[in-house]
Design a protein around this ligand. Structure first.
Ligand code: ADP
Ligand code: ZN
Length: 290
């Protein structure tokens, strides 16, 4: 049996086929252009395989309520042609097989839970800090989604007293994403995060904001583990600052495992999403996800 996975992003579609152990047999990256052209590329890749099921983790927001006409669609996005595009329906038309449909970050959380840093857990949160900020949640081995999905990148957090930057979010300005995603680092410093030294003051702000979000996630979901990924987390020195600030902000209110075991970096580095998509397809029958 073979299984398909699509990690659908605003810049590229990560496509892969795996065996039932989740071992990747073939993969291809397809640039995300207008839907027709992009889907043609996706079909060219998957047409070569006989698939038993498919897992799709998509950029969003996405329609998740089967009772709504927008089920399976990509909703609000500035990406040309993709707004309200029936992504899942188009795939199903070509491949009438079971499909698990979720967000890119939920898929990544699932990947880390089954194959990565959270294999000893049944409830975990995956947070990506990259061009945007998003988080996926797995509760008791199930995707946390219902009529819709969480938007945990856009939560409100308190501003650092020394930060006067207005924020990059077009909807809220200074929400978590607006204050702490990659583009906010560049807007504050005039330089891309990858070029800044470890001792640059912006990393204080960064860890202050991420730690607050993790406190909010902890109080809301009480996960077994939180996994951090995304381009900005290539700054590995951030991890200890985040853990320290997290303990300060949590104030000992609830007990967590040791913070080194609780807040951890992604183990599947850059593959959490695609591996999660494949695993969702594989587990579909077993656990009747979705
Ligand atoms: P995306 O979120 O678009 O999928 P990434 O997770 O790679 O992609 O995130 C890209 C963002 O991360 C950019 O804003 C980039 O400047 C930032 N970034 C990438 N590498 C680093 C790094 N080493 N240090 C700090 N920021 C980084
Ligand atoms: Zn926002």
């Amino acid at each position: 049996m073979m299984y398909g996975g699509i990690e659908a992003g605003g810049t590229k579609m990560n496509c892969a086929v795996a065996d039932q152990e989740g071992k990747i047999i073939a993969s291809q990256r397809i640039a995300t252009r207008e839907p027709a052209e992009t889907l043609a590329g996706i079909f060219r890749f998957f047409d070569r395989y006989e698939l038993a099921a498919m897992g799709i983790g998509s950029f969003g927001p996405i329609g998740l309520d089967p009772k709504q006409a927008n089920y399976g669609h990509v909703l609000a996005t500035p990406k040309a042609g993709w707004k309200n595009f029936d992504f899942l329906g188009t795939l199903k038309q070509r491949y009438p097989i079971p499909m698990v449909w979720t967000t890119d970050v939920n898929a990544a959380a699932y990947g880390e839970l089954k194959k990565g840093a959270a294999q000893d857990c049944d409830t975990c949160i995956y947070l990506t800090v990259g061009t945007g900020i998003g988080a996926g949640v797995i509760v008791n081995n199930q995707l946390f989604q219902g009529k819709s999905h969480p938007e945990m990148g856009h939560i409100r957090i308190k501003r650092h007293p020394e930060d006067s930057y207005v924020g990059t979010c077009p909807y809220h300005q200074d929400c978590f994403e607006g204050l702490a995603a990659g583009p906010s680092i560049e807007a504050r410093t005039g330089q891309k995060g990858e070029t800044l030294p470890k001792n640059h003051p912006v990393w204080e702000l960064q860890s202050y904001y991420i730690a607050q979000a993790l406190v909010n996630y902890t109080l809301s979901f009480v996960p077994d583990k939180i996994i951090l990924g995304g381009g900005v987390m290539n700054q590995t020195h951030l991890l200890s600052k985040i853990r320290e600030q997290f303990l300060l902000e949590l104030g000992g209110y609830i007990s967590i495992p040791s913070v080194e075991e609780y807040i951890v970096p992604w183990q599947l580095v850059n593959e959490s999403g695609i591996k999660g998509c494949l695993q969702l397809a594989i587990d579909w029958q077993k656990e009747s996800i979705n």
